[in-house]
Design a protein around this ligand. Sequence first.
Ligand code: HEM
Ligand SMILES: *[C@@H]1O[C@H](CO)[C@@H](O)[C@H](O)[C@H]1NC(C)=O
Ligand SMILES: *[C@@H]1O[C@H](CO)[C@@H](O)[C@H](O)[C@H]1NC(C)=O
Ligand SMILES: *[C@@H]1O[C@H](CO)[C@@H](O)[C@H](O)[C@H]1NC(C)=O
Ligand SMILES: *[C@@H]1O[C@H](CO)[C@@H](O)[C@H](O)[C@H]1NC(C)=O
Ligand SMILES: *[C@@H]1O[C@H](CO)[C@@H](O)[C@H](O)[C@H]1NC(C)=O
Length: 328
Amino acid sequence: MKMSRHSYLRVLILCIIAFIGSTEAQLQQNFYAKSCPNAEKLIQNFVYEHIHNAPSLAATLIRMHFHDCFVRGCDASVLLNSTSNQAEKDAPPNLTLRGFDFIDRIKSLVEAECPGVVSCADIIALAARDSIVAIGGPNWNVPTGRRDGSISLLAEARSNIPAPTSNLTTLQTLFGNQGLDNNDLVLLSGAHTIGVSICSSFSNRLYNFTGVVGTQDPSLDSEYAANLKRFKCKNISDTNSIVEMDPGSRNTFDLGYYSLVLKRRGLFQSDAALITSPVTKSVVTRVLQGSLENFFAEFAKSMEKMGRINVKTGTQGEIRKQCALVNS
Ligand code: HEM
Ligand SMILES: *[C@@H]1O[C@H](CO)[C@@H](O)[C@H](O)[C@H]1NC(C)=O
Ligand SMILES: *[C@@H]1O[C@H](CO)[C@@H](O)[C@H](O)[C@H]1NC(C)=O
Ligand SMILES: *[C@@H]1O[C@H](CO)[C@@H](O)[C@H](O)[C@H]1NC(C)=O
Ligand SMILES: *[C@@H]1O[C@H](CO)[C@@H](O)[C@H](O)[C@H]1NC(C)=O
Ligand SMILES: *[C@@H]1O[C@H](CO)[C@@H](O)[C@H](O)[C@H]1NC(C)=O
């Protein structure tokens, strides 16, 4: 095919425009270096100061970051209060209660230093990373410059955030929609090595698997299921008891999750799903056979990728004054 000089020029100009557009829309390491040089350090100090008294916050915060990024990108939509619409926050299951005021406290601190400069979306991303580092977990790069969105809808949380009952196909679709692959799915699920769940998130596996009361999920180790029924989720109406996802090391970021999954002791169907195909199962075994350092390095890559999902930058969105409210 022959191209005229004229069309070469057009292609060139289009490329230049696309290039300028894309460089404008990048997150960058220490974005606030000039506009609020102490911001990232302030956040880190606050997190390091408080996490030792409340290590379970680390789980809450990394989960909040995940939920934020999966709905309309990492834009702090997860923090918005319901208005005439029900917000993402009100989508069950939501164990994130304590996290919201923690973020608000950080926001006030940062606002006092530089009003109207640092986004709530960056605060979530930084606080999540810092809190995981503070409990001895992996460190990852958090380039900043995210801006805050103005829309938060419960229905979008329902349709984009995987449910604990999700099978592998659903997980792959929902992660795929965010540009995340099988490797990311298995690595990021590794965050279930910390934290807790309420019984209602998985008790169908113990008491009502096929929709007939008394049936159990055969993919859950039967000895483990018996223990959960005896000591943790004692009956089908016990919805709110709390269970550690990696029993005995809920605040330790280790390889425990992967060994549980291989022993068919992952708490959710979504955890069990990871060994239902050779592709994802081989990632589970590879990570488990590698070192903790290797897990941390791989987890870090996937986290950085997650933190970039559909971010608003440049002139998009706004810098909220209060994380729970859109600016008026
Ligand atoms: C693969 C799909 C996933 C599903 C279906 C899922 C589901 C869940 C559910 C149902 C809970 C318990 C919530 C409750 O009982 O209220 C939970 C907890 C948790 N999830 Fe996930 N999750 C997934 C992926 C992730 C990812 C990607 C991360 C972070 C990178 C993550 C981090 C956590 C953490 C840390 C907790 C514990 C929260 C706490 O202790 O407060 N999860 N997850
Ligand atoms: C957002 O909602 C929470 C819980 O209902 C409430 O405590 C908080 O004050 C609200 N925040 C704002 C800024 O209105
Ligand atoms: C969690 O969701 C329930 C309803 O699904 C809602 O009443 C509650 O306020 C939510 N919790 C938070 C912290 O937003
Ligand atoms: C996975 O779950 C979806 C949604 O519930 C369902 O439509 C699909 O048939 C399931 N796929 C498999 C392979 O079980
Ligand atoms: C058992 O599961 C079925 C199907 O999901 C549901 O309709 C029913 O309400 C459940 N029963 C109980 C007692 O939770
Ligand atoms: C279910 O278990 C809970 C928690 O142990 C207990 O308080 C409740 O009475 C039990 N309900 C039934 C119907 O057995």
